[in-house]
Design a protein around this ligand. Structure first.
Ligand SMILES: N[C@@H](CCC(=O)N[C@@H](CS)C(=O)NCC(=O)O)C(=O)O
Length: 151
């Protein structure tokens, strides 16, 4: 199984899966794309996800995707997305607004949705992996923002 984060094969892969984008997974003859679908596919094929948690875990994925989509509006460059930040100078204010607004709202929802140490209880399910990958970006935003205001 190959979990890919590089592009360059898009046209070739689109013949096999017309929804192709990053990330995608090649597992034998199976090509899976879209972050949430990839997470569910890995959760199932690696036997991490439990059926009893399916709906709860799916909601975690959806809530995390809402957070991700709001985050992309300030971190993706012009040309990739028509986001809120057009210049480097606009980033600190947009980051502050993101952290105090949408990020706070999404994390409050996710925090309230935790059934235990993890979102679905005491076992990690696939939704947590996506959540952690977004979490790894959010502190960076905070530190860049803090840096810009300190120096
Ligand atoms: N809804 C998609 C969004 C992913 C996305 O925006 N991927 C970007 C790179 S981070 C991409 O693939 N861009 C190139 C393309 O779509 O061909 C998902 O969750 O996988």
């Amino acid at each position: 199984m190959c979990v890919c984060r590089t592009n360059g094969k898009k046209l070739e892969l689109a013949k096999l899966n017309s929804c192709i984008n990053l990330p995608y997974i090649i597992d034998g003859d199976t090509i899976v794309t879209q972050s949430n679908t990839c997470a569910l596919y890995l959760g199932r094929s690696l036997k991490i996800d439990e059926d009893a948690n399916f709906i709860h875990n799916h909601c975690v994925l959806d809530q995390t995707m809402d957070l991700r989509n709001d985050l992309m509006m300030i971190v993706y460059p012009v040309g990739v997305i028509n986001g809120a930040v057009k210049t480097k100078e606009e980033f600190p204010a947009a980051a502050a607004s993101h952290l105090e607004g949408p990020a706070k709202t999404h994390f409050t929802k996710l925090e309230g949705f935790c059934k235990g140490p993890y979102t679905c209880g005491d076992k990690i399910q696939s939704g947590v992996s996506l959540c952690l990958s977004i979490l790894s970006v959010c502190p960076s935003i905070f530190f860049i923002h803090a840096y810009e205001h300190t120096y």
